[in-house]
Each structure stands twice: as C-alpha cells, then as structure tokens.
Design a protein around this ligand. Structure first.
Ligand code: DAT
Ligand code: MG
Length: 150
C-alpha cells in the first residue's frame, strides 16, 4: 500500500471540477484518506515548489498556486503514486492523453488543474506539508476486498 498527495489547483476549483476529479480517483478504487479545502500561502508554496526554484516558470507557478483556494487530498492504494500520476496525465496538458485528467480537462502547462506527487520520497514530503500527524484516517471500506483482494 502507498499514499500520495494530490492538489486540485485554483483553476480546477474555479472551473467547478472538484467533483469530476475526485470521482475519477474514487472510481479507480483509490481510497481518500484525507481531504481539505485550503488557501496555500506563499511560504507553503515556496516549500512545495522548492525543487523548481530558479526555473523560468517558478514565479508564475507560485503566483498561480496561491491565487485562490485549492483542494488537497491524500489517496491510498496499491501502487497509488504511479497510478495517480497516470490518471493525472502528462505535465504539458496539450500533450496529455485523452482519458487522463489533464488530457480531458486542461489545455496548457501553466493551467494544468492538478498536482500529484511523483515518487515515494516526494509523496512523504508533500503529505507532511499538507497534513499533520493524525490528519490522515485509516479505515476500511466495504469495497476494499473487491478492489484489492487478499
Ligand atoms: P508535474 O505537475 O506534472 O509534476 P513538474 O513537477 O515538472 O510537473 O512541474 C510542476 C508544475 O510547474 C507543473 O504542473 C506546471 C509547471 N511547469 C512545469 N514546466 C513548465 C513549463 N515549461 N512552463 C510553465 N510551467 C511549467
Ligand atoms: Mg511535479
């Protein structure tokens, strides 16, 4: 089992896509183990995107993620990190495959509506940025045995 961090970015919230995005992960069988609507402040944005500091798009990225509320959530499931990245689709929305969130709902890299952790190390770091100890809930669902038996 893995856990990963997902953010519906300001454009996803403003465009009324929260339900659509959450539904895709629920239907895939991933379990939501934490969920919050927050406004990301500059300090949090800079910690989150520290790996991109110095790149040409960094300032715009921080402006964008802090511009309006976002929905952050944690997903749990087998291979959750890579499965979630594949559901999200390619960074450049114009190249994202149809059927992915970006490939269905976004057009440009600068407004690609969603973030997802890209490795186990990133997931652990980002889950810690947005959720405190005890915020993530471990629970069973009646569907568990039908989605990942054994
Ligand atoms: P991802 O969000 O797919 O993990 P990333 O970590 O490489 O992509 O970059 C983080 C965000 O930065 C990405 O969602 C959008 C923005 N970004 C990346 N490359 C960009 C570029 N060439 N021009 C503008 N924005 C870019
Ligand atoms: Mg990334």
């Amino acid at each position: 089992m893995e856990r990963t961090l997902v953010i519906i970015k300001p454009d996803g919230v403003q465009r009324g896509l929260i339900g659509d995005v959450l539904t895709r992960f629920e239907r895939r069988g991933l379990k939501i183990v934490g969920l919050r609507l927050i406004k990301v402040d500059r300090m949090l944005a800079e910690r989150h995107y520290a790996v991109h500091k110095g790149k040409s798009f960094y300032d715009g990225l921080v402006e964008y993620i802090t511009s309006a509320p976002v929905v952050v959530f944690a997903l749990e499931g087998p291979d959750a990190i890579q499965v979630t990245r594949r559901v999200v689709g390619a960074t450049k929305s114009n190249e994202a495959a149809p059927g992915t969130i970006r490939g269905d709902l976004a057009l440009t890299v600068g407004r690609n509506i969603i973030h997802a952790s890209d490795s186990p190390e990133t997931a652990a770091f980002e889950l810690g940025l947005y959720f405190g100890a005890g915020d993530l809930i471990e629970y069973g669902k009646i569907s568990d045995n039908w989605v990942f038996p054994g």
